[in-house]
Design a protein around this ligand. Structure first.
Ligand code: AMP
Length: 250
């Protein structure tokens, strides 16, 4: 496994590879959800690149950015144990070499759910993913369906911009009680974890989205939305300061 820190090193590595390259972009604080993406790439592609970059451009909330969990040493151990070929670990200046970066936006998928609640978020995501794709030039890239709206958006970007990268969606990894694994879960205490473990069941078992929203609010969540779309039910909600998202197939 090699750890590459500059955009030049990443491009140089890629130029020498004439095999399929699976790419797993992450913001670190790796858990079994990320591992599943890595494993899918390892099983299906000849080389696997993992990136760890907490992208400031996609955080609409400064506190969320500052408090985003950072566990680099452990992450590198996970990457090593998963036998990835490259960990791409850029500083901000490597990804944003200019003062006022060119950004990418979309108005349809981004106009619902996470879009209005997190202004600028998807613009930040699209921008960083395109930049990373340009450096890694993956033949295939793996995204979790936990962030389903993001996954659809990236798929649309790849199609719309004629990218040579196939986008692959991976099912959400959950704990034994159904809680979707998330780096932000590490900011919850055990009582909050217990409460968060109810989200999945309520989404699945409620008659409709407004019933689900009511039930989530009754047990103490501050709910941004519950919405049924694309054959799925989505929610975003707060547990204290921590904002969680999840979605289930209907
Ligand atoms: P993040 O580090 O949170 O930006 O996530 C990096 C990638 O891992 C994204 O494609 C996420 O959708 C995916 N991911 C995060 N949590 C999970 C999970 N519980 N199951 C499957 N994929 C996930």
């Amino acid at each position: 496994m090699v750890v590459l820190k500059t955009s030049g090193e990443m491009k140089a590595w890629r130029k020498k590879i004439h095999q399929s390259v699976g790419f797993v972009p992450t913001m670190g604080a790796l858990h079994s959800g990320h591992r599943k993406l890595i494993q899918a790439s390892k099983n299906e592609r000849e080389k696997t690149v993992l990136s760890i970059f907490v992208n400031p451009l996609q955080f609409n909330n400064q506190a969320d950015f500052t408090n985003y969990p950072q566990t680099l040493e452990r992450d590198l151990e996970v990457a090593q144990a998963c036998d990835v070929d490259v960990v791409f670990l850029p500083e901000k200046s490597q990804i944003y070499p200019t003062k006022d970066p060119i950004t990418l936006s979309e108005k349809e998928i981004s106009s619902v759910m996470e879009g209005p609640f997190r202004p600028g978020h998807f613009e930040g995501v699209l921008t960083v993913v395109l930049k990373l794709f340009n450096l890694v030039q993956p033949t295939h890239a793996y995204f979790g369906k936990k962030d389903y709206q993001q996954y659809l958006l990236i798929e649309k970007m790849a199609k719309d911009l004629f990218l040579d990268t196939e986008i692959i969606g991976v099912e959400t990894v959950r704990d034994e009680m159904g809680l979707a694994l998330s780096s932000r879960n590490s900011r919850l205490n055990s009582a909050e974890i217990h409460q968060a473990q109810k989200i999945n069941k309520i989404l699945k078992n409620s008659l409709n989205s407004s019933q689900a929203k009511k039930e989530l609010e009754e047990i103490g969540f501050k709910v941004d939305y519950v919405e049924d779309l694309w054959g799925r039910r989505f929610t975003a909600l707060y547990l204290g300061e921590v904002r969680l998202i999840d979605n289930v197939n209907l």
